[in-house]
Structures are given as C-alpha cells and as structure tokens.
Design a protein around this ligand. Structure first.
Ligand SMILES: Cc1cc2nc3c(=O)[nH]c(=O)nc-3n(C[C@H](O)[C@H](O)[C@H](O)COP(=O)(O)OP(=O)(O)OC[C@H]3O[C@@H](n4cnc5c(N)ncnc54)[C@H](O)[C@@H]3O)c2cc1C
Length: 232
C-alpha cells in the first residue's frame, strides 16, 4: 500500500486548500474525506475577498454562486492534481507507532498510512445539528457525524471545548445550528499546527480555531507552507 508524505483527514475548506498547495509543490498527499459529494461544500455561497491564488478563489464563479456548483468546481481542480489522491473513507482512529502517528484506521477497513497526519475535520467532532425541536448527529445538513474518531482521541487524552455555529434560513433550507467540539487551545500549537500530545499529528481549520471560509483557506495555505518547510 502507498504511504503518503502527508495524509489530510477532511476535504473541507482548510484541508482541501492545504492538500492542493502541497500537491502543487510535488508533495505526495492523501486527502481522505467522509463523502466525495461534500468536498469543499459551503453552508452558504462563499463571498469574496479570498486569499490570492487559493483554491477557494479559483473555484469561485460570481456568475454561479450555487453551493453545489462551487463544490463541483473545487473537486474538479483537486482531482486534476497528479500528486493528490482524493478518496472517500471515514477515519475512525489514529494508527500509532509508539508516540508517533503513522496513519489512520478507517471505517471501510483499509488503513491509510503517512509520515504526517493532519486532522481537518471541521464541525464534525461530537456534532449535534439542531433544527427547531429536532436534534441529529450531523456536522452539516444531511451529513452524519460518526463518534469513532472522537472516542479514539478522547481515549488518547485529548481535551476539547464546545463551539456552536448557525446557518440562517434561506428560501431552500431551514435555519439551523451546529454544536460541535474543537480541540482545547492548549492541545494545539498555532505556529506549527502540531497537536502536541503526539508526534506527526497536526490540525487545521474549524476543529482548532473559529473563522470564515477565507480564514480557513488562509490557514490551509499557511499549514502547507509550514509542512513544505518541515519536509525541506
Ligand atoms: C453551522 C456553521 C455555519 C457556518 N457558515 C459559514 C458561512 O456561511 N460562511 C463562512 O464564511 N463560514 C461559515 N462557517 C465557518 C467555517 O468557515 C466553515 O465551517 C468551514 O466549512 C470550516 O472549514 P473546515 O475546513 O474547518 O471544515 P469543513 O469545511 O467543515 O470540512 C470538514 C470535512 O471533514 C470531513 N470529515 C469530518 N470527520 C471526518 C472523518 N472522521 N473522516 C473523514 N472525513 C471527515 C467532513 O465530511 C468535511 O468534508 C460556518 C460554521 C458552522 C459551524
């Protein structure tokens, strides 16, 4: 089985951006995500300004702001990168060799192995979606949040804080809120993106800090630059 130089879990705004930049610089990247139908899927149409030269900027088309169309353009650009392997799987836990992370276990069975693993799982850790009186385990409308990865991280001692985001009502969807867990600020090192408890493990995006799409994309690029520096 191929071993990636960098494996990114979650093809949302930060993970996809980081993967795109790393692959364009010749790094062998695995981008593993729960559903290929929701790669870089916005809650609401992204609005400029965007970071210069970002995947977010390239996938944006002011003439067609539909969220599905934006997602399709981003996925097409990612699939065009020859060093990037985008695939569907759900990470259920970390694979360790001593104190070093060497990949992830997946719900589907085959492990994904890598020298460095990045968690970019957005609002999907312990997520609860609330629409009126209805509550479901989902990180986004119609996208389930499974408990396995969180349970594994908790068993390894990671600490979390509670966060919440909301989506206003639109003509086609009801308003709703998402409650989720993000890594406790003391678990994460902002300058290096490292989750300090283990070697070879990093985190980016909403699972470590709050912000809009442009910030998530900026953070994905910043992580990529840091990893490029580490990889020499
Ligand atoms: C409810 C809500 C509404 C928001 N609305 C806006 C908005 O309108 N405009 C704005 O600028 N910002 C908004 N934000 C803020 C933020 O910019 C977005 O949430 C953004 O999508 C976060 O990017 P991300 O890369 O961290 O995660 P996401 O874009 O959420 O991507 C995470 C990805 O990880 C995948 N994943 C999760 N767990 C696993 C696993 N175990 N295995 C494999 N894959 C996994 C998911 O399927 C998902 O594709 C909102 C946030 C929330 C919570």
């Amino acid at each position: 089985m191929d071993r990636y130089q960098v494996l990114i879990v979650g093809a949302g705004f930060s993970g996809a951006e980081a993967a795109f930049r790393l692959a364009s610089q010749g790094v062998r990247v695995g981008l593993l995500t729960q559903s290929l139908d929701s790669v870089m899927m916005p809650f609401l149409p992204p609005r400029p300004p965007f970071p210069k030269g970002s995947l977010l900027e390239r996938a944006y088309d002011p003439k067609d702001p539909r969220v599905w169309a934006f997602h399709a353009r981003a996925k097409y650009l990612l699939e065009g990168e020859r060093n990037l392997h985008l695939f569907q799987a759900t990470a259920t836990g970390l694979l360790l060799e001593g104190e070093r992370v060497v990949g992830v276990r997946t719900w589907e069975g085959p492990p994904a192995l890598a020298d460095r693993v990045v968690l970019a799982v957005g609002s999907f850790l312990g997520a609860r979606l609330l629409i009126g009186e209805v509550e479901e385990e989902a990180g986004r409308l119609s996208e389930a949040s499974y408990p396995d990865l969180l349970e594994d991280l908790l068993s390894l001692g990671f600490r979390f804080v509670e966060r919440e985001g909301s989506v206003p009502e639109t003509p086609s969807t009801p308003g709703y809120r998402v409650r989720y867990l993000a890594f406790h600020p003391e678990e994460w090192e902002e300058g290096t993106f490292r989750l300090k408890r283990l070697e070879g493990l990093y985190a980016v995006g909403l699972c470590v800090r709050e912000g809009d799409y442009a910030l998530m994309s900026e953070e994905g690029k910043r992580l990529a630059e840091h990893l490029l520096h580490e990889l020499g």
